[in-house]
Design a protein around this ligand. Sequence first.
Ligand SMILES: N=c1c2ncn([C@@H]3O[C@H](COP(=O)(O)OP(=O)(O)OP(=O)(O)O)[C@@H](O)[C@H]3O)c2ncn1[C@@H]1O[C@H](COP(=O)(O)O)[C@@H](O)[C@H]1O
Length: 102
Amino acid sequence: MTLRRTAKAVEARKGADPSTSWTAELLSRGPERCAEKFGEEAIEAIVEAVRGDRDALVREAADVLYHLLVMLAARDVTLAEVEAELARRAGTSGIEEKAGRG
Ligand SMILES: N=c1c2ncn([C@@H]3O[C@H](COP(=O)(O)OP(=O)(O)OP(=O)(O)O)[C@@H](O)[C@H]3O)c2ncn1[C@@H]1O[C@H](COP(=O)(O)O)[C@@H](O)[C@H]1O
């Protein structure tokens, strides 16, 4: 639910004044920069997961999810589409899914 709320906030920032919003500023730099930022945040989360700092990992994971939403928005992919893909996979084991890939 919180993820959907954040996704809505990100969508609402499309075309907003970059001086008033971090999201608008990031989106104004284009999909490549949004993807790069997502990668940086993912690496920060990886570092905390390896270190084993639980609280830091929670914070970095939140950064990862937010920056994933920005990266998706930059390419006009909605959270609903990602949720639909996850729902399609529900009930199928990861091993079966991998075997079924064309
Ligand atoms: N969830 C977030 C969120 N998480 C992180 N960030 C911002 O992401 C930015 C990047 O974080 P970094 O730690 O990488 O900071 P940095 O400035 O790049 O500095 P470095 O570490 O790279 O030196 C920071 O400015 C954080 O404030 C977020 N900015 C916005 N949101 C959500 O988006 C909504 C809209 O925000 P605005 O677009 O700012 O209005 C908010 O209400 C929130 O719900």
